[in-house]
Design a protein around this ligand. Structure first.
Ligand SMILES: [Fe+2]
Length: 204
């Protein structure tokens, strides 16, 4: 099967999955239990590797840093945005929040997620105290769900490029209140468009 052949099946599978995800959120709201149910739907989608071939969704060429971020589907009002992120090994982000819920699952490759706990009361908008609370290796068969206020960083540590599905309650392009956190200096910074690579176009 070449990449083009997968397109109609991928479009249908993505639309059906997001339809079920919309229903979960509508019925349960945004809770950790709801996000776990959404993660289960996402894992079923990601397990169909043939729908997301590396030929159609390559990482940046030549082992470059940064992500190729492909938009798979988004509602007209920017809700329920699903992206495929393709990264080379050796990438990492600073700790950040999303201000909307997020679920990340793997088609291929490993991405270490560090999830942080604030040690301050959050009263000072410019300063933070952070410690790593736990780590989750996102890889085929294991995903992560994050509430809007959760703080994580990602680290692509394996030997192979990653192709991961990232689903957000609201599209990244319209979020303007996200924060990045520097655990060394305790500085809080804005973490919005300037941290995101432009959207890439599938090769299919
Ligand atoms: Fe993130």
């Amino acid at each position: 099967m070449n990449a083009t052949d997968a397109t109609p099946a991928r479009t249908a599978a993505v639309a059906a999955t997001i339809g079920r995800i919309r229903a979960i959120e509508r019925e349960q709201g945004v809770t950790r239990a709801a996000l776990d149910a959404i993660k289960t739907e996402m894992m079923r989608l990601a397990a169909q590797e043939h729908l997301f071939p590396s030929a159609a969704y390559p990482p940046p060429p030549g082992g470059e840093k940064g992500a190729n971020r492909y938009l798979l589907q988004e509602d007209k009002d920017n809700r329920f945005a699903l992206y495929l992120n393709a990264l080379n090994p050796g990438n990492e982000t600073k700790p950040h929040d999303h201000t909307t819920w997020a679920v990340v699952v793997a088609v291929e490759g490993q991405e270490l997620n560090k999830v942080y706990r604030r040690t301050d009361d959050g009263a000072d908008p410019d300063t933070c105290g952070l410690v790593v609370d736990h780590e989750i290796m996102v890889e085929p068969g294991r995903g992560i769900a994050l509430m809007p206020e959760d703080i994580h960083s990602i680290h692509t540590t394996g030997d192979t490029p990653t192709r991961h599905l990232h689903m957000y309650g609201l599209a990244l392009e319209v979020l303007d209140g996200r924060r990045g956190f520097d655990p060394e200096t305790g500085k809080v910074v804005l973490y919005n468009k300037n941290f995101m690579a432009p959207l890439a176009t599938p090769r299919a």
